[in-house]
Design a protein around this ligand. Structure first.
Ligand SMILES: [Zn+2]
Length: 256
């Protein structure tokens, strides 16, 4: 899978370290240790975090583990963290408390955050609660972050940009019914855009329903390039530059 990503032109992969809960939070970092530096592979880095619905397990031991992982240079970000009111899971106040505790740890370790925010359909309460927490507990760190798998409207995009966040789009932007999301993506400045898989979910249209993987992200990037009326090479260069600005420790050639 990593070789296919490399062959498709993917220069770097940020592997999400949430596992099925805090017990697996280190797995993404371990993948970096296993595969980094091998020829024909993308550059690998990892995140670590406690996913919103896993915050019921955000006990002292899990938070200590997160703190230790965020000290590792291979772990460049804290996430996915955030709020998910779409699926039934952890109570909202537990999610919020778990998010705040992780923001404190990420701030102490000076690592940007990867936000997962999903409201119930046709509501924005998760977004409003998220912005309240981020504005109170994170904005002053100026460490920034990523709105991962962005699915909000323009108002949420604008608030994210005002906070200095990058906005990351996944394969769902290629789906026929996603025109409202494409309209938002067309308005997000090129210097604030990232692309991602959200693997194993949201394989782009040509492979919809299959297990998503990084090589397929080329299709997502091509759709974004079309929306911004630029070439695939230009969107690749822009997203690489944006990534390196947020994560200066990761050096990549913009040509990747
Ligand atoms: Zn997510």
């Amino acid at each position: 899978m990593l070789r296919r990503a490399h062959d498709a032109g993917v220069g770097a992969v940020l592997s999400i370290g949430i596992g099925e809960g805090p017990a697996e939070m280190h797995h993404a970092r371990d993948l970096c240790r296993q595969f980094n530096g091998q020829p024909g592979m993308p550059r690998l880095c990892a995140s670590a975090g406690i996913y919103p619905h896993s915050t019921t397990e955000a006990n002292h031991g899990a938070l200590v583990k997160l703190d230790q992982l965020l000290r590792d240079p291979l772990v460049i970000a804290c996430g996915e963290i955030g709020l998910d009111y779409f699926h039934e899971g952890a109570p909202h106040d537990v999610q919020r408390d778990g998010l705040i505790r992780q923001l404190e740890i990420a701030a102490a370790r000076k690592k940007p955050i990867l936000i997962h925010c999903r409201p119930k359909d046709n509501t924005v309460d998760a977004w409003d609660d998220l912005f309240t927490v981020v504005e109170e507990h994170w904005a002053r760190t100026a460490l920034g972050g990523v709105m991962h798998c962005f699915g909000g409207g323009w108002e949420q995009a604008q608030r994210s940009l005002d906070l200095g966040f990058l906005i990351s789009f996944a394969g769902n932007i290629t789906y026929p019914k996603a025109q409202p999301l494409r309209d938002v993506a067309a308005r997000v400045p090129l210097n604030s855009i990232l692309v991602e898989t959200d693997a194993p979910w949201l394989a782009p249209a040509a492979n919809r329903g299959k297990r998503n993987e990084p090589s397929m992200m080329v299709e997502t990037a091509a759709v974004l390039a079309g929306l911004h009326k630029i070439s695939p090479g230009e969107i690749a260069s822009a997203t690489t530059q944006n990534f390196c600005r947020l994560f200066p420790a990761v050096s990549l050639n913009a040509s990747e």
